[in-house]
Each structure stands twice: as structure tokens, then as C-alpha cells.
Ligand binder design. Structure first.
Ligand code: GAL
Length: 848
């Protein structure tokens, strides 16, 4: 065996042993110093990603974790969602999507670590930030401040989670995967609003956490005053300028946003991978050693789990793994390459603090030394528009604007954040194409419907002499609250004559449907930034009694901000005026209230009522009418992948499949028509409103149905439509393939993993690498050209120079394979134009 072989054997042995350590449950100590987390005495560079377990189903957790591991992650970060784990005080729930132990064990089995953000405040665009609503109703409670009742409940829940984790031996010191835990969440952002109580609360939270003796370090994010030994960590789009509050703590980043969340009525935010990679590289360049993507997989806000106001059901987040669990390219691949490049430098990064060297205006180098001879370097061009050539260590380098190059030997560039060589995927679930999608219309024939009553529907209504705040009234048992009263017109009207009046309704949010004499007269709604609204409508009244019924709706409870827990909702003012401008404030007259809808009370969403005689059957389904429950059955399109329900023909409501809530939908709310930048320039500082797409469109038209929620044969779909829609146009689809493409130049760096120390990287060829989702194979090559191909993925065309047999070479290498690699080199294809810089462009179809 040669020395290279024996090196490989040793490396393999170490890798196997490392995996074995984590999987077999051998105990590891976790501490930290000023450079890094220290696991079993070793400082570590760690890449982490957020995946929230209830935002997908347990059956797909292993797949998501596998894709995370292949993407180069070491750690999975998750919040814990108190309100679903303890829906009633003292009654715990840890089943199904909320089986926390199972989730942690899935991560452990894959050989990854866990960062458990116990909170118990999560934020996370989750209903009420994760707090149970019952907590709000304990007399005297005040959230997130030095309040004895709150502290007792919070401590009890923290202790509950820590106890479960200990019993299951899930902390690293017990042989488990948990290396880190978080208490609270970004309290530093709001602490000012809590005065002295806030400061005391931070100290108390820290002491309480430490007293639970988890044996792994605790963090508090966005908390400059985090007391020792708690590590204060950074959250944001960039964290290179962050320094922890003590020289004994490492520089850690708990939330680097891979995109941003989506709200109904808004365009879709996205973050270009070149900028995301730049932020990550800058962080490790400037001394960071732990970085987490928020989110690595966002998933879905099923049922009524979405926070508010108006958070959409999709929590896709433009994350490296999309809402449906598919790898998003080139994001996933470019970051995987970045992770590999950073890991090549791990030995240097953990050994020293970086040495700074100025290379020019907006041009920087940071060098990590292992000894005086050996070093790794990061070269950065932080200029927003100017590319640059720099000289470093005697060599010259080209640095595109807003990019970082990684040199694991202070010489060879193995990665540049702005040069994306990874494959791209074309289209997403919204682009139905027969070769990549299997779709079925639900058909107009098999529907049943139920007309919801307008106004009070039972004798458990109640009255009051003012307009009630909604959350305190419904206790969030339903999105809906009916406010009803009657308006008396005591003028004498001639037969057929009506009285015209104006109705002015003011609401704290989030939306309301208004009926006069049981007929819809208006719909008012707010938006995510401000859910309050006013609705002013001209109405016609009859002589004598008229009914006014207002259905006020909540679209997710507030999850962020100082004192967010006491933010109100619902209608607070109703004024009636006639055309002569005589006004009457009807706010404080007698109102009758009804919590929830009759259909909810009956359980129309459940399987047990699927065949109930409550449903009217027939083909003349009501279309474009408000407050209708619909049901039908459908056969799921064949396959094993997730399904998407297209609700673009519907208005606003909620949907259930086989009794499982797939979320709120709101196709009728279009995003503003301006403000989008489909081709967003990644250069320059990113923020959540910089790169937006989908202007003038509904935020979301496709709704995720996990495959495990359907079975062969008939599946039940129930919708509650509030505004009016056409259910006969609903369709359900599944993806059966994907078009992928890549375009790599002879001048691009070779694959990161081709590099080993002491090897002249420049002598290696760049490669086009294509791969399909597990289970799919490359079935056709739609385009292949080596020479000077033009255009972008999906729109390639041949340039002046192109080789002869390129297509057949590519077909031979790729067809029938799950993936293939092709060196971008004349040696592979022959040289169609000597002396010209060439590139290879390929577009392929993966299918099942
Ligand atoms: C942060 C918060 C996260 C999430 C994020 C936005 O402030 O810590 O939980 O809400 O914002 O997606």
C-alpha cells in the first residue's frame, strides 16, 4: 500500500469513527473558548441549518436530514413549540409532527448534531410566537418580563423539555446529538420596552437555564447583555462585524436568513445565493466558527400554526431545500461547495485568530496561520460594483465585486462566492409541465356543499354592550367571531323605497366580512405590516329592523415585537351615517356574539362527516358565493412525492385533506403590482425587501399536501370558502421529474472536492456536474454544447464555436444515470476553436 493509500485509509477510518461516535451514542463533552465550540477537546467549525419538525411530516424527516448532511451541514437547529406541546395547561402532546424525541433521534442517526432552541418563546412566524394562549389568561401574568407567574410557567416548560431530553439521553454528554441549547429568543431587540423588568428577566432566564444543568452550553441570540456563561450570538443578514460580549466566547451566528418569510398580499422574497454565500464566507473570514441558515428547510405552516398577522401557509423561505422537500438549485449546490471549501480550512480557522491585510480600497485579506509556513486565506472584495485584481502572497487574483475567494493553502482559489458552477433547476412546482408534473383536475361532478349561516347560528351566543376585543373573546379557539346587531329604521318609507346610509367600520384586524340583512356588503382586511383597516360602505336599509352581521377574522396571532402577546384584534368602532350626515355611533349598543362557524362546530372538516346528510350533493355547486363549505373526493396522482393543491380559482379560506389541516389560503389577495426585481443584483447589502418576485399575483396558489396524508383510492378534500371561488377548477399535482442545467467555463475553478492540500488546483479541470433527486434518472439531454454557447439555463443556444459530437458524448455519459460529471476540457470533446475560451452548457431532464 502506497503512502497515499494509507493516508486515505486513515482518513476513512477517522471519518467512520467520527460518524460512529455520534451514532453509537458515545458521550462527548461540549465547552467553548474564544475561538469555537469545543467538542471532546477539539475546536470545531460548524455549519448548521434550521429545520422545524412540525413544518413537515415525520416520514420525510430522514430525507430532509440526509439532504442537509449532503449539503455539508453538521448541525440541525430547531425551535420547540410550546403551544402545541402543551395545548391545555398540564396536558402534553409529543405525537406525530410534534414528536420531538423522534426528530432529535433522526438527526442523531444521520450523525449530525442538534441545537435545541427551547425558548420557550420562538417567534418563527408561528402562531403567538409559540406561546400557549392559556398562558395569557392566567390572571396577573405578564409575558417576557420579571413576572412571577410567567417565570414559573416558563421554568416549568424549560425543565419539562430538559427532563425529556435527559431521560432519552439526548444531550451530547450522554451520548446524544444535542450540543447547544437556547433560552429566550432575540429578547435584546425588545428589552428596552420592558424597563428594569426586562433586565431582571434576562438575568433570571440565564440563571434558570444554567440551573437546569443540561451539560452543554446555552446561547441567547441578539442579547448583548447575556450573562456569563451564556454565549450571546448574532442574527441577521450579515454578522461579520459582530463580536460577542466577552473575549472568552466564540463568534456564533444563529440566524442567517436564506431568504425571508411570505405573507398574504405580499410579493415573494428571495435571496440570491451569491449574496448568501458572501455573507457566510465573510463571517468565517472574520473569525466566526458557527453559522446557521434560517431556514435550511422552511416547510409548511399546516392548519392554523402560522403566526401573524397574515403569515402565509407556505414557509418556503427560498431555503436550500424547498417547501416540498426538493433540493433548490443552484442554492443548495453552491452552498455545499462553500461548506466544503470552508471545511478545507478548518484546521487553520480553529488554530488562530485571523490576521488582517488591506489589499486596496474595499479589498481585504484575512489569513489564518497554522504555523509560520502554513496558512489559509480569505480574499474579499466588498465593493458593490467594481471587480478588482489583487496581489496576495506574490500571486494575482481576480475578485468580482461583492465576493470572497477561499484559498485553503494561501495560494489556490478553490471557491469564489460569486462564481456559481453548481447545476440549476428549471421551474418549480408552479410551472406544470407534462414531462415533470402529473396533474389531475378534481372535476365538477362529485362535490358536496354546505352553506354556512350568516350571523348567530346557535344558542351559545352571548351579548354585550360594547365591541369586544377578539382574541380575549375567542381565546383563539377559532379564527372567527361574529359581531351582530340590528339597525332600526323608524322612518316611514313608501313600499319599495329603501334608506341609503354609510357604514364605517374600524378594526384592529385582521379581516372582516360584513352582511346587511344577510347579504354581503363588503370585505375589509389589513396586511402583515399593519393588520388594522377601515371599511366604509354605502348600504341600503329597509323600514323597521335590519340585521348587521360582521364576521371578523384572525389570520394568525402576532408572533413578534415588544408586548406582542397583548396586541388586540377585531372590530372596535361602527358608525352609521345617513346621506344627510346624521351619524350614529353604534359601537356601544347591544351586540350579540358567536365564536366560530357552525361548520367548525359540526366538524365538517372531519372524515367522519364525509358522508353526512348535512352536505348537499349535485353538480350545480354554488360558485363565487361567500361562506360555503365544499367537499369532494380525489384520487392522488400516482407517485411517492408530495402533492400540491392549486387553489388559484378560490378566494380565501381554509383547506383540509382527509381531516388534516393543510392551512389557510388566500388567492384573492394580490401583491402590489410594482416593486419586484426578478433579476435582482446580488451585489450590495441585502434586506428583506430588496429582491421580490411575483408582483401583482397572489402570494400563494399552491398548497402542500404531504404524501403520507393521502392514500390510494378516494381522498377527502374539504374547503371552507369565505369570499367566493370556483372549486371546479381546483387541481392536484405531483412532480415526476425536473429539468436541470449547468454552464461552466474553462476558467471556472475545478470542483471543490477535487482539491487536496499540496495539489496544484489550477491543473485540474472544471466540471459540469448534474444530478437528479433520489429515485429519478437522467432520461434525455435537451441541449449540450462545448464551445461558446449563449443564453441562460432554459434558453441556451449554440454560439459561433461548437464541437461536433458533444451531444452524443454527453448522452453516453449521462442517460440512465442518477448523475454525471463532464470535465470542461477539449480533451473530452475535441477542440472546436483553439485559442478561444470555451464553456460547456448542458440541459437535461431527470424523471422517474
Ligand atoms: C427573527 C426570529 C425568527 C424569525 C425571523 C424571521 O427575528 O428570531 O424566529 O421570526 O426573525 O423569519
Amino acid at each position: 500500500m502506497g503512502s497515499k493509500d494509507s493516508l486515505i485509509v486513515t482518513v476513512l477510518a477517522i471519518l467512520v469513527f467520527k460518524d460512529y461516535l455520534c451514532e453509537s451514542g458515545l458521550a462527548a463533552t461540549v465547552t467553548y473558548d474564544h475561538r469555537a465550540l469545543v467538542i471532546d477537546g477539539q475546536r470545531r467549525v460548524l455549519l448548521s441549518g434550521s429545520i422545524h419538525y412540525p413544518r413537515s411530516t415525520p416520514e420525510v424527516w430522514p430525507e430532509l436530514i440526509r439532504k442537509s448532511k449532503e449539503g455539508g451541514l453538521d448541525v440541525i437547529e430547531t425551535y420547540i413549540f410550546w403551544n402545541y406541546h402543551e395545548p391545555v395547561r398540564g396536558e402534553y402532546y409529543f405525537e406525530g409532527r410534534f414528536d420531538l424525541v423522534r426528530f432529535v433521534k433522526v438527526v442523531q442517526e444521520a450523525g449530525l448534531y442538534v441545537h435545541l432552541r427551547i425558548g420557550p418563546y420562538a417567534c418563527a412566524e408561528w402562531n403567538y410566537g409559540g406561546f400557549p394562549t392559556w398562558l395569557h389568561f392566567i390572571p396577573g401574568v405578564q409575558f417576557r418580563t420579571s413576572n412571577a407567574i410567567f417565570k414559573e410557567e416558563m421554568k416549568r416548560f424549560l425543565a419539562k423539555i430538559v427532563t425529556i431530553m435527559k431521560e432519552e439521553k439526548l444531550f451530547a454528554t450522554q451520548g446524544g446529538p444535542i450540543i447547544l441549547a437556547q433560552v429566550e429568543n432575540e429578547y435584546g431587540n425588545v428589552e428596552w420596552a420592558y424597563g428594569v423588568g426586562g433586565e431582571l428577566y434576562v438575568k433570571w432566564a440565564a440563571e434558570t437555564a444554567v440551573s437546569l444543568n443540561t451539560t452543554v452550553p446555552w446561547v441567547m441570540c441578539q442579547q448583548e447583555d447575556a450573562p456569563d456563561p451564556i454565549i450571546n450570538t448574532c442574527n441577521g443578514f450579515y454578522c461579520d462585524e459582530f463580536t460577542p460580549n466577552s473575549p472568552s466566547k466564540p463568534k456564533m451566528w444563529t440566524e442567517n436568513y436564506s431568504g425571508w418569510f411570505l405573507a398574504f398580499g405580499n410579493p415573494i422574497p428571495f435571496r440570491p445565493v451569491e449574496d448568501l454565500a458572501f455573507s457566510v464566507a465573510r463571517f468565517f473570514e472574520t473569525g466566526g466558527t458557527f453559522q446557521n441558515y434560517y431556514m435550511y428547510f422552511g416547510g409548511t405552516n399546516f392548519g392554523r400554526t402560522a403566526g401573524g398577522p397574515l403569515i402565509a401557509s407556505s414557509y418556503d423561505y427560498d431555503a436550500p431545500i424547498d417547501e416540498y422537500g426538493f433540493i433548490r438549485q443552484p442554492k443548495w449546490g453552491h452552498l455545499r461547495d462553500l461548506h466544503k471549501a470552508i471545511k478545507q480550512c478548518e484546521g487553520y480557522l480553529v488554530n488562530s485568530d485571523p490576521t488582517y491585510e488591506r489589499l486596496g480600497v474595499n479589498l481585504e485579506a484575512h489569513i489564518y496561520y497554522k504555523n509560520t509556513q502554513e496558512c489559509a486565506a480569505f480574499l474579499a472584495n466588498i465593493d458593490k460594483s467594481l471587480d478588482a485584481n489583487v496581489t496576495f502572497n506574490g500571486n494575482s487574483y481576480n475578485l468580482p465585486a461583492w465576493s470572497v475567494s477561499i484559498l485553503p493553502d494561501c495560494k489556490n482559489v478553490i471557491f469564489n462566492t460569486a462564481k456559481v458552477v453548481s447545476q440549476r433547476s428549471l421551474g418549480d412546482l408552479s410551472y406544470a409541465h407534462p414531462t415533470t408534473m402529473r396533474e389531475s383536475l378534481l372535476g365538477p361532478s362529485a362535490w358536496g356543499w354546505y352553506k354556512e349561516k350568516v350571523g348567530i347560528w346557535s344558542d351559545n351566543s352571548f351579548t354585550g354592550s360594547s365591541l369586544l376585543e377578539q382574541i380575549n373573546t375567542t381565546k383563539d379557539t377559532s379564527d372567527y367571531l361574529w359581531y351582530t346587531t340590528s339597525i332600526n329604521v323608524n322612518e316611514k318609507l313608501t313600499p319599495g323605497q329603501v334608506k341609503e346610509a354609510f357604514l364605517l367600520i374600524e378594526s384592529l384586524g385582521h379581516a372582516a366580512l360584513v352582511f346587511v340583512n344577510k347579504r354581503p356588503v363588503g370585505f375589509g382586511y389589513g396586511n402583515h405590516e399593519d393588520a388594522s383597516f377601515t371599511l366604509s360602505k354605502k348600504v341600503t336599509l329597509n323600514e323597521g329592523n335590519n340585521t348587521l352581521d360582521m364576521l371578523s377574522m384572525i389570520i394568525g396571532l402576532q408572533n413578534y415585537g415588544p408586548w406582542f402577546d397583548i396586541a388586540g384584534a377585531g372590530i372596535f368602532s361602527v358608525i352609521l351615517s345617513d346621506l344627510m350626515n346624521n351619524t350614529e355611533d353604534v359601537s356601544s349598543r347591544e351586540w350579540t356574539y358567536q365564536i366560530g362557524l357552525e361548520g367548525e362546530y359540526l366538524g365538517l372538516d372531519t372524515i367522519s362527516l364525509a358522508n353526512s346528510s348535512l352536505w348537499t350533493l349535485g353538480s350545480d355547486i354554488p360558485i363565487n358565493q361567500s361562506l360555503i363549505w365544499y367537499k369532494t373526493t380525489f384520487i392522488a396522482p400516482e407517485g411517492t412525492g408530495p402533492l400540491a393543491l392549486n387553489l388559484s380559482s378560490m378566494g380565501k379560506g381554509q383547506a383540509w385533506v382527509n381531516g388534516q389541516g393543510i392551512g389557510r389560503y388566500w388567492s384573492a389577495y394580490l401583491a402590489p403590482s410594482a416593486g419586484c426585481t426578478e433579476n435582482c443584483d446580488y451585489r450590495g447589502s441585502y434586506d428583506a425587501s430588496k429582491c421580490l418576485k411575483n408582483c401583482g399575483q397572489p402570494a400563494q396558489t399552491l398548497y402542500h399536501i404531504p404524501r403520507t396524508w393521502v392514500h390510494s383510492g378516494d381522498n377527502l378534500l374539504v374547503l371552507h370558502e369565505e369570499l367566493g371561488g370556483d372549486p371546479s377548477k381546483i387541481s392536484v399535482s405531483t412532480r415526476i421529474g425536473q429539468e436541470v442545467c449547468a454552464h461552466v467555463s474553462e476558467s471556472d475553478p475545478p470542483p471543490v472536492d477535487a482539491w487536496t492540500p499540496n495539489l496544484e488546483v489550477m491543473s485540474l479541470n472544471p466540471e459540469v456536474r448534474l444530478s437528479c433527486e433520489q429515485g429519478w434518472k437522467i432520461t434525455s439531454i435537451n441541449f449540450a454544447s462545448f464551445g461558446t454557447p449563449e443564453g441562460q439555463c432554459g434558453k441556451f443556444s449554440q454560439g459561433i464555436c461548437h464541437g461536433e459530437n458533444v451531444l452524443s458524448v454527453v448522452q453516453q455519459a449521462c442517460i440512465g444515470q442518477e448523475g454525471c460529471s463532464l470535465p470542461v476540457s477539449a480533451a473530452n470533446f475535441g477542440d472546436p476553436c483553439p485559442g478561444v475560451l470555451k464553456s460547456l452548457a448542458i440541459e437535461a431532464l431527470c424523471s422517474d
